[in-house]
Design a protein around this ligand. Sequence first.
Ligand code: ZN
Length: 176
Amino acid sequence: MWVPGHTGVEGNEMADSLARKGSETTPIGPEPFVPISKSTIHTAFRKYAVNKHLTEWKNLPGMKHSKNFLGDNPGKWSKFILGGNRNQSRLLMGALTGHFATNKMLNRMGLVASDQCRNCGEKQETMEHVLCECDSLARTRMRLLGLAYPTLEDYRHLAPFDITKLLANVFKDTME
Ligand SMILES: [Zn+2]
């Protein structure tokens, strides 16, 4: 099972160790005793980990992108991140955090020579540029999202899987 981010991995390990402990101990409680399944524990931890991620981002100082994107309802996003396939989850996390394979990021990591937008070639390619500003993507955003130049605040109300379609289109080279 794949989970986004480090906390998720810790959650997985905790779930594994709890599940192991559970199978070692003698059940206590009224009969018939129904033990909690490993997958139930995993799901609970995964949900917890994603929600914790989102809440932490929201509360961190200075994370303008995530805060604008998240609004007051991070739970909405965790539902979709958990409900998507691996690529959809990655793309949504990228949209939320702004941390994705943008040329700004790749350039900072020394992986590409230029940080300019792969579509317009005129501005630095940040997540906000791709989501909101790039002129070359205005038509695609209109088609997929119904808005040519949405603000980050607009994204709170857009359908998460439409957002992943836009990003899959832009970042198709980095998809599996
Ligand atoms: Zn552009």
